[in-house]
Design a protein around this ligand. Structure first.
Ligand code: ADP
Ligand code: MG
Length: 151
């Protein structure tokens, strides 16, 4: 487990960009923290690092936004408003956790029982004007990513 202080949004984006080279599909990433803690900022920075230049919208209403790359697809979930279990199957959300997928999940607690276990957890919290981010690996896949990030 490692905690990094991110003094401003630029630092948060820079931090997230670096993870672009460290995550390999399949991988499930939980983004934890209160509203405004910096979860979507992390998703945006990560996608920038992967070469995506377009808008990264918070998928609060859509539940998921997907971004296709030549070698993988990133599915960015925000389950804050996820309520009915039927919605999970109706929207085909389970099928999005495929071998070539990286799942970034805000509010995974809201989808308990549906959302697969995490390989990596990023937990954000407000610290003064900036944010702290605690990274923890939850699987061998997650440990490999943390090793890549540290070296
Ligand atoms: P969440 O998705 O967790 O609700 P967001 O990523 O949307 O939060 O960020 C909320 C606000 O916090 C945004 O205005 C963003 O610019 C700002 N922010 C994100 N990370 C940092 C940081 N490390 N330091 C200062 N402000 C940040
Ligand atoms: Mg968000």
């Amino acid at each position: 487990m490692e905690t990094v202080f991110l003094p401003d949004e630029a630092a948060a984006v820079q931090f997230a960009r670096k993870w672009a080279d460290c995550l390999t599909a399949p991988c499930v990433v939980y983004l934890l923290g209160d509203l405004g803690a910096g979860k979507t900022t992390f998703a945006r920075g990560l996608l920038r690092g992967m070469g995506y230049d377009g808008a990264v919208k918070s998928p609060t209403y859509a539940l998921v936004e997907s971004y296709a790359f030549p070698d993988k697809t990133v599915h960015h979930f925000d389950l804050y408003r996820f309520s009915s279990p039927g919605e999970w199957d109706d929207a085909g959300l389970g099928e999005l956790f495929a071998s070539d997928s990286i799942g970034l999940i805000e509010w995974p607690q809201q989808g308990r029982g549906f959302v697969p276990a995490a390989d990596l957890i990023f937990e954000f919290s407000v610290c003064g004007q900036g944010r702290n981010c605690t990274v923890s690996a939850q699987s061998e896949t997650g440990k490999r990513s943390v090793d890549l990030w540290q070296n």
